[in-house]
Design a protein around this ligand. Structure first.
Ligand code: UN1
Length: 509
């Protein structure tokens, strides 16, 4: 499968990890081995970016920035429009590559490419709408307004679970705002990153634009550190664990740079006595086992009213009995593998910890051998009944283990929901307007995303995406998240022949 996809994308330099547009940059000779979680076969050996290559790339970025920011925003939007067109054509092949390299189901992989197409469309429209406000001055014959300028070079650190969509949320918007981008993709999914880099680079080349408008680097923690410590990187947008995000934020802050963080989630769904279980059960099913529980928006905690607890458990048990696990490229399967064996071990340790703390397993999953795919990192999902005060519920276990917690009063359910360090996504399942509105009020969910009668995952690109507390506080994607990629300038113009001072101050010579 892989070979025809790689042939299709004409990827020959499988081991190059450092790119300025379509030009590779010589880098270290050490190699990162990449294996598919689907069948354990080796996909590539990639050279991580070394310091010298990094510096070469940053110099080119600075030069490209001079050209790109002088191109009118709607013309920059045209480049993003062409990228969206390209993605439409490549959806099938790119989806397959994402599925094979990352392990998510083919349906979800196509969804990821669609998310990229959607954000391109959004960014194109935005390229004609980078609006600033005008204000009325307190002084006569004065005009005040604000305008937005590009930041310069944007660093993007993305995670394996959405190997391309989260990059595109950042890059497409950053580009229309007049910035150039350097992307450190996940070292677990370098081929998908390389293909996306090639796609945008081909457009830049066709249009005779500087290749460094889009650059790609590869590597681990150290490479991320270069970005966060580098004063030439105006904004570092990082997606990943809260631990990683904290390190990035501290490094960026000590040089007064800007950071945009999209970190861990520990998302809950509240099921009230007034919930329509015909919606709540499939929403839980997708939220908990979609992407094998490896979305930052995955449903991790189900907070269920006592009166419907038995019925929810019965229905979930029968839904989980039907889960199809196996080759994610087979569209009949709901669940592919976890990203690697380390993730499998982590999941097994999570199950053990849950048992130790007194959790009762309703569905007990574990390691799974899929016939014909024995070397893949497959697991089956779990559901455990737990108490809100157990330590395990405070952590984001990046795997398909769903905790169920019972409650009696809605206020208590919301307290349970909010009483974790993370604050990304949340949802309430109810047909009762009072319950829904209370959940959405300032006394309700403390998360960046609050839903009614849909799951915790699967946000649309049109809204601002991100969360509070240890999720990092950033907002990416839609709404006015573009403002993160620009600097605001307040302008006051005096067109009178006098110099009146603000606040009525008299200061005559
Ligand atoms: C992530 O898991 O990092 O809302 C992003 C969702 C997707 C994006 C998830 N649109 O589930």
């Amino acid at each position: 499968m892989l070979q025809d996809v790689l042939d299709h994308f004409q990827i020959e330099e499988l081991n190059e990890g450092s790119w300025i547009g379509s030009d590779s940059v010589q880098s270290s000779t050490s190699l990162i081995e990449v294996y598919s979680p689907v069948d354990g076969s080796q996909m590539a050996s990639i050279k991580p970016t070394d310091k010298k290559a990094y510096q070469t790339i940053v110099e080119e970025l600075k030069k490209a920035s001079e050209v790109w920011r002088n191109i009118p925003a709607p013309k920059r939007g045209e480049i993003v429009r062409l990228f969206g067109e390209k993605l439409r054509k490549e959806k099938n092949h790119l989806g397959k590559l994402i599925s094979y390299e990352m392990g998510k189901s083919i349906q979800e992989a196509y969804g990821e490419v669609q998310e990229m197409i959607d954000i391109c469309d959004f960014a194109v429209g935005l390229s004609r709408q980078l609006y600033g406000l005008t204000m009325h001055s307190e002084r006569p014959m004065h005009r005040m307004y604000e305008q937005w300028h590009p930041l310069g070079v944007i660093g993007i650190i993305s995670a394996f679970n959405f190997p391309t969509a989260v990059w595109s949320w950042n890059s497409t918007i950053a580009w229309v705002c007049g910035n150039v981008c350097i992307w450190k993709g996940s070292e677990k999914t370098p081929l998908t990153a390389l293909v996306c880099q090639k796609l945008i680079a081909s457009i830049l080349q066709e249009r005779g634009l500087p290749q460094a408008i889009s650059c790609l680097i590869t590597g681990g923690k150290e490479v991320g550190e270069w970005l966060s410590l580098d004063k030439d990187i105006a904004l570092v947008s990082a997606t990943g664990s809260s631990r990683m995000g904290k390190a990035v934020k501290l490094n960026v802050a000590q040089r007064f740079g800007k950071s945009l963080l999209e970190l861990g989630g520990n998302n809950a769904m509240i099921i009230t006595p007034n919930a329509d279980l015909g919606i709540a059960i499939p929403a839980t099913y997708f939220g908990a086992i979609g992407t094998s529980g490896q979305r930052c928006t995955s449903t991790r905690r189900l907070i269920v009213h006592q009166s419907v607890l038995d019925s929810v458990i019965d229905k979930l048990k029968s839904a989980y009995a039907q889960v199809k696990i196996g080759n994610p490229l087979d569209a009949n399967n709901h669940m592919g593998p976890l990203i690697d064996n380390e993730a499998v071990q982590n999941y097994m340790a999570g199950i053990e910890a849950c048992k130790k703390q007194g959790g009762t397993f309703i569905v007990e999953g574990g390691m799974l051998q899929v016939p014909g795919f024995e070397k893949g990192s497959y697991v089956s999902p779990s559901i455990a009944l737990v108490n809100a005060d157990m330590a395990i519920v405070q952590d984001e276990l990046f795997a398909p283990l769903l905790y169920i917690i019972a409650y009696n009063e809605l206020k208590e359910a919301i307290e349970i929901q909010n009483n974790v360090p993370q604050g990304l996504s949340s949802t309430i399942m109810t047909t009762n307007m009072r319950e829904a509105e209370y959940f959405l009020s300032h006394c309700g969910s403390d998360c960046g995303i609050a839903n009614v009668n849909i799951g915790t995952s699967g946000a649309e690109i049109g809204g601002a995406f991100g969360g509070e507390k240890e999720t990092g506080g950033g907002r990416e994607s839609g709404s006015d998240a573009w403002k993160n990629y620009m600097r605001r300038q307040t302008v006051t113009i005096n067109y009178s022949a006098d110099l009146p001072l603000s606040q009525g101050i008299q200061f005559k010579v």
